[in-house]
Design a binder for this molecule. Structure first.
Ligand code: SF4
Length: 180
């Protein structure tokens, strides 16, 4: 094990937080890991900006200009960047909107969808600008490792992190990885 704590940053872009929940599924192993890791920017800490970190875990694809900004910040500050889950790797479920025109998606969601009582497309300037499509994170920045699954199982996160604690490269192969 290293004599200093591994610093980890995580974020969810266009994702459902299921990958983060799977991370928490390590349960009691998390308590052991916490002796060797610490979190920087993450939903677990509510730190707003990514500072220099050993590893960045990215959940979700890229669907807004803000997602691009966050992803680039992670790439700048994380020595190793990992695309976690199907959404980050391929765009996943959010990328289903890529089969439709963005305007049609907005109109269906906010004007013509079932149960809408005050139809209007949100246009507050504080809202992140939607991109034309949902992109895999690898289309925007260089990714070092891909952790597949929807979500990846908790043991796959361990497989990623344990070699790092020994100062070795993560081993991202084998039966703990799955692709559904
Ligand atoms: S890969 Fe699956 S669990 Fe992870 S953010 Fe996407 S939909 Fe959610």
């Amino acid at each position: 094990m290293t004599d200093h704590k591994i610093k980890i940053a995580t974020t969810s872009l266009a994702g459902c937080f299921g990958c983060h929940m799977s991370f928490l599924d390590m349960d009691e192993k998390l308590a052991i890991l916490s002796e060797y890791i610490e979190f920087n920017r993450s939903p677990f800490t509510d730190i707003k900006h990514c500072e220099p970190s050993d590893i960045g875990l990215i959940e979700g694809g890229v669907c807004t200009a803000e997602n691009v900004h966050v992803l680039r910040e992670f790439r700048t500050h994380c020595r190793i960047l990992v695309a976690v889950g199907a959404c980050a790797i391929t765009g996943g479920v959010p990328a289903m909107r890529n089969y439709f025109d963005l305007r049609d998606c907005l109109e269906e969601a906010y004007l013509h969808g079932a149960g809408i009582t005050n139809p209007q497309i949100p246009n507050d300037t504080e809202l992140p600008l939607l991109l034309d499509k949902v992109y895999p994170v690898g289309d925007v920045v260089k990714i070092d490792y891909f952790l597949p699954g929807c979500p990846p199982p908790a043991d796959a996160f361990l497989q990623l992190l344990l070699p790092l604690l020994d100062g070795k490269a993560p081993q991202m192969t084998g039966e703990k990885l799955h692709y559904d």
